[in-house]
Design a protein around this ligand. Structure first.
Ligand code: THG
Length: 262
């Protein structure tokens, strides 16, 4: 599993406060701890309350790169902010994200090519996120075609079927799993799949339990990458176990330690 750490996000109160007060120690600490816990990339998002996303995103990118050599996953809907941040990345960035809308694809796929970046494509359009897997797959197909036209490798395309909170959008959860399974048989080589896992439990009382249960189900459906809090040890151990049971690793008694050493 390609683990993208979700914690450097202005949706979190500590990160929002660090942004307002320009406290780089908070961000450095979150970057280091997430990488130590198994993150291969760090999601960077200023959150909805940022007054100056261009300035705040650049600051987060710079501070995160002071702390680690991990890849950065640039999480912004603004094309000018995206390009500026891509140009600052020392490692191959991940573009988070495009949707299936033509106007977005026309801008973001060429950026993926220009910066040799991976790119996340959300199965949504101007009209929102469809409920059923069939409509999600239709949008995924548009994204795949745009990647192929621009010469972006399927290895670098991550389709995100977009999971919503189970308390308000319960029927979506199983449709997202069906979408993940179907994407794997759409074309050969197939694109990869990713989820912003923590969305599933927003507003519910037992978030960690819902997160790790759904992650296990997504592993069984073939999920390749996840935006998660890697400092949630139970979540990580359950993910490693699910991958073992899917034969993504060879069994040994110390398989959890073996995963962490690799
Ligand atoms: N797909 C892609 N990118 C994404 C998402 C996605 N990026 C953002 C998000 N969804 C994934 N990251 C988060 C980060 C935080 C939370 C959920 C998803 C979260 N935060 C607490 C909350 O809002 O309750 C913060 C509260 C606190 O301060 O503790 O839940 O789906 N491609």
């Amino acid at each position: 599993m390609f683990i993208i750490g979700e914690r450097i996000n202005g949706m979190y109160k500590d990160v929002h406060k660090a942004l307002v007060e320009h406290k780089d120690d908070v961000i450095i600490d979150l970057a280091k701890k997430q990488v130590a816990a198994g993150a291969q990339a760090l999601d960077i998002n200023v959150g909805p309350a940022s007054e100056d996303p261009m300035k705040d995103m650049q600051w987060l990118v710079e501070v995160a790169q002071k702390a680690t050599d991990a890849r950065l996953c640039i999480d912004t809907t603004k094309a000018d902010v995206m390009e500026k941040c891509l140009s600052l990345c020392k490692q191959r960035p991940v573009i988070n994200s495009t949707t299936g809308q033509k106007e977005k694809l026309d801008v973001l796929m060429p950026l993926a090519k220009k910066y040799n970046a991976s790119i996340i494509g959300l199965t949504m359009t101007k009209s929102g996120i469809p409920q059923d897997a069939h409509s999600r797959i239709e949008i995924a197909t548009q994204i795949i075609m745009a990647a192929q036209e621009q010469g972006v490798d399927m290895e670098d395309l991550y389709i995100d079927a977009v999971i919503l909170p189970v308390n308000v959008a319960q029927p979506h959860a199983k449709e997202v799993l069906d979408t993940i399974r179907q994407i794997k048989v759409l074309c050969d080589p197939s694109p990869k799949t990713v989820l912003g896992l923590s969305n599933v439990s927003q507003g519910t009382p037992n978030r960690p339990l819902i997160n790790r249960t759904y992650l296990t189900m997504a592993v069984a459906a073939g999920l390749d990458a996840a935006i998660v809090d890697p400092m949630d040890k139970e979540l990580m151990d359950e993910m490693i176990t699910a991958e073992l049971l899917m034969e993504k690793a060879i069994y040994c008694d110390s398989y959890i330690d073996a995963y962490k050493k690799k």
